[in-house]
Ligand binder design. Structure first.
Ligand SMILES: NC(=O)c1ccc[n+]([C@@H]2O[C@H](COP(=O)([O-])OP(=O)(O)OC[C@H]3O[C@@H](n4cnc5c(N)ncnc54)[C@H](O)[C@@H]3O)[C@@H](O)[C@H]2O)c1
Length: 339
């Protein structure tokens, strides 16, 4: 049994609590929020101890692992404090907004002997796992190009509901907040990326960062790629998709939240085999993946394994995001470096 504490009792914390309830060898013992009112439902419904001060929460000896669900710009500093307190750390995405802070946290967790995981639930989805198998199994043969699309709607209230949203300092930008999952998948499946060229624009929202971004990629493999991220779609979310094209395969995963196989054609599969795989995968539950991520983190702690997405692994997508932002600000192609 691993005893968890959650800091930041807002929107996403609810998913973590639900996941913890469904995992037999994990339980919620404490919650923390600097707005104490927000902890009330967690105390009433789940019997967790509540804290207003993060330092006091970290001193709770029963808390073995901390799930950090606070605004993104606070992740690094709060992670550092948790590591010093000897707690295992599962950080919501984006891992951090500053690469150096991320690198320091990875090193600190290593030296303190605590696990550091980052929540990228899309990687745990069955359709994505199947796509990973197809890529790693060479089903596409030569991969020619790929795309990741996030075409979502965010109403002004989404940004107005909390002061941190839409800010550079605490929210980061569309590539950190909304599109990080899709960029991570493209990079994880097909990376590393060699060079990027991108444009960003604030088209509709009254926020500090871009609400539309388009980016072209040259992958080290020679394949080309496109990322499109927008939170301006009328009148509702349209799609979250990833497509990979090769000389012997075509795969498109999509739906509003990347949950379905739309195209699945490979020369190594008969039509009947492909149809059977599509039916099996598309009839599975459209799980958000938080349960799988936490279940995996419990295993990482109890069996001394690397988490599904470790801090070190999560840094990889941040190098790419940094290069894309650099391209937007300089209006130049930018090489993706990892130092
Ligand atoms: N993995 C996903 O699919 C996913 C989805 C949504 C959000 N997120 C991430 O989760 C994080 C939180 O997002 P959210 O939508 O839940 O935000 P939210 O605003 O609903 O909740 C954040 C909570 O943190 C609390 N908080 C702020 N500063 C604090 C501090 N210093 N100490 C303690 N508590 C503090 C706030 O009072 C609030 O209750 C963000 O990093 C976001 O990117 C991930």
């Amino acid at each position: 049994m691993v005893d968890f504490g959650i800091v930041g009792c807002g929107h996403i914390a609810k998913k973590h609590v639900q996941a913890l309830e469904e995992i037999t060898d994990a339980r919620l013992v404490a919650v923390c929020d600097n707005d104490l009112q927000r902890t009330v439902p967690f105390v009433q419904k789940h019997g967790a101890r509540s804290y207003e001060i993060y330092k006091d929460f970290l001193e709770d000896p029963e808390v073995e692992a901390v799930i950090i669900c606070t605004p993104s710009g606070l992740h690094a500093a709060m992670g550092e404090k948790a590591a010093h307190a000897g707690k295992h750390i599962l950080l919501e995405k984006p891992f951090v907004l500053d690469l150096n802070e991320g690198k320091n946290l990875v090193e600190l967790c290593k030296s303190k002997g605590v696990k550091l995981g980052v929540v990228h639930p899309n990687r745990a989805k069955a359709v994505v796992q199947a796509l990973g198998k197809a890529v790693n199994g060479g089903w596409f043969d030569k991969i020619t190009h790929a795309s990741a699309m996030l075409r979502w709607n965010r109403v002004p209230e989404y940004f107005n509901i909390a002061a941190w949203r839409g800010t550079r300092e605490l929210d980061g930008g569309i590539l950190f907040n909304q599109a990080i999952h899709n960029i991570d998948l493209l990079n994880w499946l097909l990376g590393p990326v060699d060079e990027v060229f991108a444009y960003g624009a604030t088209q509709l929202h009254n926020i500090e960062y871009e609400d539309v971004c388009v980016c072209t990629l040259k992958l080290k493999s020679g394949a080309l790629g496109i990322i499109e991220a927008a939170v301006t779609l009328y009148p509702e979310n349209l799609e979250e998709s990833i497509a990979i094209f090769g000389s012997q395969g075509t795969a498109v995963l999509g739906g509003k939240s990347l949950s379905k196989i739309l195209e699945w054609k490979f020369s190594c599969l008969t039509e009947a085999e492909a149809k059977c795989q599509i039916e099996r995968l598309n009839n599975g539950l459209d799980a958000a993946g938080h349960k799988e991520v936490i279940g995996d983190f419990v295993k990482a702690i109890t069996q001394n394994l690397e988490p599904l997405v470790s801090g070190k692994e999560a840094l990889k997508v941040l190098y790419l995001v940094k290069a894309i932002y650099q391209s937007i600000s300089t209006n130049q192609p930018v090489k993706v470096t990892t130092d």
